[in-house]
Design a protein around this ligand. Sequence first.
Ligand code: AMP
Length: 396
Amino acid sequence: MNVLVINCGSSSLKYQVIHSDSEEVLAKGICERIGIDGRLVYQPKDGEKEVTEAAMPTHTEAVRMVLEALVNPRTGVLKSLDEINAVGHRLVHGGEKFAASTLLTEEVIQAVEECSDLAPLHNPANLIGVRACQEVLKDVPMVAVFDTAFHQTMPKEAYLYGIPYEYYEKYKVRKYGFHGTSHSYVSKRAAELLNKPYDDLKTIVCHLGNGASICAVKNGKSVDTSMGLTPLEGLVMGTRSGDIDPSAIEFLAKKENLDMAGIMNILNKESGVYGLSGISSDFRDLEAASNEGNERAAAAREVFCYRTAKYVGSYAAAMNGVDAICFTAGVGENDGKVREMICSYLGYLGIRLDSEANQKRGEEVMLSTPDSKVAVMLIPTNEELAICRETVAIVG
Ligand code: AMP
């Protein structure tokens, strides 16, 4: 079966076509600047990457262009659109309604719309992608795969905030967590690589990218995670603050004469390692700057690593132990120094890092020594493949 995997943002649409038996990526790419001017990047499995500038007033034109590229007689990877058997859509927020992936029906779309005030930037954009695909691929079954679904197994003590209970009852204000597809994929892969049963393993997954979150996975279930009602909570990220004292919001609003939108913009877009360093949200830039003696860049990395290590410690406590710690996503897969700095706080868990293995990047590697009490692993995430597998499980 060929699955078209779609990850749709407000002005972009990432796609992959995956053959589900071989799990081979037949083609992938992105439409960017939708509604502005439009740019299609198309990369077939055995061919050159192509970049085409073309008008894409809406996501519907973007989907049409992707499909045209896929069946192009010269560079396409499909003979006809009939070879697309299913579409898997990444949807960000499923609220409490969706604890698993589901077939996309009108009812489901409505329920996702109802969750939109929990993710006003993401859900409407995701649904635009769904509608655009429905318009063009009329009879192809589509599946919704939610970022929040994996975390619906969290117990009350992990997901309730210490605020009046009526706000949970009335508005469903609680921790939801994100990156669920990645946390699920990586924790399953860790069990496979360790040759241990997934439902008998305590794993902490550190998804460290521009957005970053940690998840405690006990016996195959998410029991806690660092992102919350929104992706702003938890770790210090590329440009997001992560946890801060809520009173700092009022304090800053008064001092800087800012309204709530202004404050949220600072916490989401101008904070994190970018705000701390004043240089960049990219860890490659931070490393280069700190090597040149820039103290704020060095401090930004230290704050990031310290916060991450504190969460690892708290999740080891929450699970009463930990068997494996996994690093994934852009920073986790590529930045050995950051992994080393995080692990330097974790000696009390009996962790011993293999410094030679820790030089590796972007491949599955055991990073700990054989005598380490906890396995430390580098496992590149693959959210598209996970979405493909979920789609096949439902449509297949
Ligand atoms: P993601 O959000 O998972 O795509 O991660 C993107 C982030 O990964 C970038 O902003 C960088 O901070 C980081 N990153 C990517 N490549 C490297 C690298 N080679 N070394 C260090 N950090 C990297």
